[in-house]
Design a protein around this ligand. Structure first.
Ligand code: GUN
Ligand code: FE
Length: 432
């Protein structure tokens, strides 16, 4: 139990501490203490200062203590479809698999059944913060928000907007799209410090200019962030050109409707952006959620992550469940490295592959900054952490860098012994 006095809640953990304060650089502290005060990181030290001598220490021995994983892109109502139809491309996959599955979330009992599993699995895989799409259904999306609040995990959760080019069984009136979104924004504004609503136009093809303009207004009015998809697949990019010849590019459609960086924004995929769009993202601080599993599965292509990083864009990682088949961000880190190596070859070695340090940064602090001071163990950061027991992965007589690298590639949820979010130890969610 942490010792608490009137003002100060102190937690002290001991182990092998690793994090990435900047892109491409590990900060490693072998056999050290991390001191957490009022749920935020205070300091890391090799010997405990005298004033902390009377506090209890959670001694994790030779285990690794790393920041919790951050998933910037996940579709909760696609969870039951993982692994299905992934031999298709994006648009046929949406039509044949995704829309029929999402339509089932009109039924709140079905939503309860699946969303319980979603939140438990996200917890299990070591994701401590997540940016999530629900379906277009208001009541089911509220259930998802409630489950995340109950779980202790941090999340942005959005009711999807779809008011054009969608099947009859999964489409909404523009007026309802905006009114239902606003209802959720009001109802969930202050229910939790770490679970919040986010405005969620699905993507340009399924959202009318009226709804996108309305979403931009709502974002401003309630000061809330926005998520969507951008330039994932060539078929989609062509479709957007046909729908909006009046705009120079895909990103400028969102931008003109107030949905691109006017408020904090995350755009999933960004595989086929032209330079002007990447510059706009860099100028407006729009995040790119790199989802390499999904981009391979739906033959979308490989996001040129190095180009985005060179241009100073904010980048994090996304599982993109269900287009991505894995819930683990550690897995996405390894696939991001693989994808970047192929991109390096494809680019005549112009775009350097990303390193383990860089992939780890993207899946922790890179995406974490969307939530504030999250994803690092620098002073003042929310204490989000995983404790990793890698003893049965093989020899532990390796450098800490090698142990972490091996865990990223061959470890899984069985290696995660404890999870902390915003300073609190979070056990398996009980959602009944
Ligand atoms: N673009 C529009 N909707 C979706 C979706 O559900 N998944 C992916 N990967 N891309 C999309
Ligand atoms: Fe997606």
């Amino acid at each position: 139990m942490p010792l608490t006095d009137d003002k100060l809640d102190v937690k002290i953990l001991k182990g092998n501490i690793i994090f990435t304060p900047e892109l491409g650089k590990f900060s490693m502290h072998e056999d050290s203490y991390i001191i957490v005060e009022n749920n935020k990181v205070k300091s890391i030290c090799k010997t405990l200062p005298a004033e902390y001598k009377n506090f209890e220490v959670d001694d994790y021995g030779n285990k690794l203590i790393i920041p919790g994983f951050v998933d910037l892109h996940f579709h909760a109502p696609q969870y039951a479809n993982r692994g299905l139809g992934l031999d298709k491309e994006l648009l046929p996959w949406l039509e044949d698999y995704t829309f029929p599955e999402e339509a089932k979330f009109a039924d709140v009992d079905y939503a309860k059944k699946i969303y319980k599993r979603v939140v438990k699995e996200v917890w299990k895989q070591g994701t401590t913060r997540i940016v999530v799409f629900g379906s277009l259904h208001k009541e089911s999306t509220k259930i998802l928000l409630d489950y995340f609040i109950k779980s202790g995990l941090g999340a942005f959760v959005g009711k999807v907007g779809m008011d054009r080019n969608s099947p009859d069984y999964l489409i909404e009136e523009t007026e309802h799209s905006l009114a239902h979104t606003e209802e959720i924004l009001k109802e969930y504004a202050n229910k939790s410090d770490i679970v919040k609503p986010i405005i969620t136009p699905r993507f340009v093809p399924t959202c009318t200019p009226e709804s996108m303009g309305g979403f931009g207004e709502l974002a401003k009015k309630y000061n809330v962030p926005i998520q969507s998809h951008l330039s994932e697949n060539t078929g989609e990019v062509e479709w957007v050109k046909e729908l909006h010849p009046e705009f120079d590019n895909y990103a400028s459609v969102y931008h003109s409707f107030g949905c691109f960086g006017q408020l904090p924004t995350v755009m999933a995929h960004c595989v086929h952006n032209i330079d002007e769009e990447i510059d706009l993202m860099s100028d407006t601080g729009v995040y790119a959620a790199h989802c390499p599993n999904a981009n391979y599965n739906l033959s979308s292509g490989i996001m040129p992550v190095r180009k985005f990083l060179n241009k100073g864009c904010k980048v994090g990682l996304g599982t993109d469940v269900g287009a991505g088949h894995k819930v683990s961000i550690a897995n996405v880190m390894s696939i991001a490295i693989q994808a970047s190596k192929i991109k390096w070859l494809e680019s005549d070695k112009a775009l350097d592959p990303i390193t383990t340090e860089e992939a780890f940064y993207l899946g922790t602090k890179g995406g974490g900054s969307f939530f504030g001071k999250v994803g690092s163990f620098e002073e003042g950061y929310d204490f989000d952490a995983l404790v990793i027991d890698d003893s049965y992965l093989g020899d532990t007589d390796l450098s800490l860098r090698e142990r972490l690298q091996r865990y990223i590639y061959i470890g899984d949820d069985r290696n995660i012994v404890d999870r902390y979010v915003a300073g609190k130890k979070v056990d398996e969610p009980v959602l009944d």
